[in-house]
Design a protein. Structure first.
Ligand code: SF4
Ligand code: SF4
Length: 373
């Protein structure tokens, strides 16, 4: 039965506009609750929360609980790597950031077409195999945001150094053209490699489904939240060993714990209901951005891309007569960030976007809808 993992990319914040303002007191309570419920897997990464997630988990978990009572995973930031020496220094820095002697799981972060050449050039798989032989890594693998053919290409070449693959899997992406979650799971299964699921709730979008879908779910299985449907879908896939959830508050965590402690995969009737729900959800979300924030650091105009898409989705999903009320939130943000119309079309954001969104085009839609005065 699939396990629940604590994803450390969407930690509670004291200031929602400052990704580094992690609410440490709440995080410590959540860590304690998670361990007390019998779960022990934590997944961070160098980039998360503007490079502060690793240090936060050191303070909330590593310094407060015995090393043997939890498993900690982090990732090599492929996007940043400049040289072999650099990957060595980053790996050492991560051990220090996290305050550990070894990682229970270590992944190359997002081996996609853009960053795979770096892994080949710097021989990253071999570098990490050597760290594993030294005892600094217990289990090795990679995360990927690319299609099934590319996943297969990487596995053909590196299957011996791959004990686990981290994939974006949720019911909306299961048969999508870009993410191909279903086909990616099949590829992993054919190699006998277990899957760790990321984005099971698609950045929260599947927790906040349209009212019609929430009603369908409630009528079918009373008392279960929309998020629990998403978790049960991911946890019910044969090759999945762990479902990560980026939990931002205690309520989300308790809901996930209830769902995953006695995981009951969706039955045939629920899967039929889910197929109908998918159609309704797809027609209601204008921009399927997960809020991962991979795009923001490289933008020369400091455009608040995920925030703008979230506001835009809200404006499109709840149309109003006259000017959209959401424009106030938009205008507030443009006081400290570039506007959507400031985009110079350099395309750097699109290279980083795991959802393969046409960000430049979408920003034109955002500007048209929200830059109204
Ligand atoms: S294309 Fe536009 S939004 Fe994307 S990084 Fe360049 S300036 Fe920023
Ligand atoms: S636009 Fe893409 S990279 Fe940026 S936050 Fe959304 S999903 Fe992530």
């Amino acid at each position: 039965m699939a396990d629940l993992g604590f994803g450390l990319m969407r930690l509670p914040l004291r200031d929602p506009d400052d990704q580094t303002s992690i609410d440490m007191e709440l995080l410590k309570k959540m860590v304690d609750e998670f361990l007390a419920a019998g779960f022990d897997y934590f997944d961070t990464a160098y980039y998360y929360h503007r490079n502060t997630s690793e240090a936060a988990i050191k303070e909330a978990l590593v310094e407060r609980h015995p090393r043997g009572s939890f498993r900690l995973a982090t990732k090599m930031p492929m996007k940043l790597l400049e040289s072999r020496e650099h990957q060595e220094s980053i790996f050492s820095e991560q051990l220090e950031n996290c305050g550990v002697e070894y990682f229970d799981c270590y992944l190359l972060h997002n081996i996609c077409r853009s960053y795979y050449p770096t892994a080949e050039k710097l021989d990253t798989f071999r570098f990490l195999r050597e760290r594993k032989e030294e005892g600094r890594i217990r289990r090795l693998g990679f995360s990927i945001h690319d299609d099934a053919d590319f996943l297969e290409r990487v596995l053909e070449r590196h299957v011996e150094d791959t004990e686990v693959v981290q994939l974006q899997v949720n019911y909306l992406d299961w048969d999508s053209l870009e993410t191909q979650a279903g086909r990616c799971c099949e590829v992993c299964e054919s190699y006998g490699i277990p899957v760790i699921v990321m984005e099971p709730v698609k950045g929260g979008a599947l927790a906040n489904v349209p009212a019609e879908v929430a009603e369908m779910f409630g009528n079918t299985t009373p008392g279960m939240s929309p998020a629990s449907w998403a978790m049960r879908f991911a946890g019910g896939i044969g090759c999945v060993e762990t479902v990560l959830s980026g939990m931002t508050d205690m309520d989300q965590m308790m809901d996930n714990i209830r769902t995953m402690r006695d995981l009951r995969p969706l039955d045939d009737h629920e899967l039929e209901v889910l197929e109908r729900a998918k159609g309704i959800i797809r027609s209601s979300v204008a921009v399927p951005c997960t809020g991962c924030r991979y795009c923001v650091d490289d933008c020369p105009k400091a455009i608040a891309i995920p925030e703008f898409f979230s506001i835009y989705n809200d404006a499109v999903g709840t149309p109003s007569k006259g000017l959209p009320p959401q424009r106030f939130y938009y205008l507030n943000l443009t006081g400290i960030h570039g506007k959507a119309s400031d985009c110079i079309g350099c395309g750097r954001c699109e290279e980083s976007c795991p959802q393969h969104l046409p960000i430049r085009e979408l920003l034109k839609d955002v500007a048209k809808r929200l830059e109204v005065y």
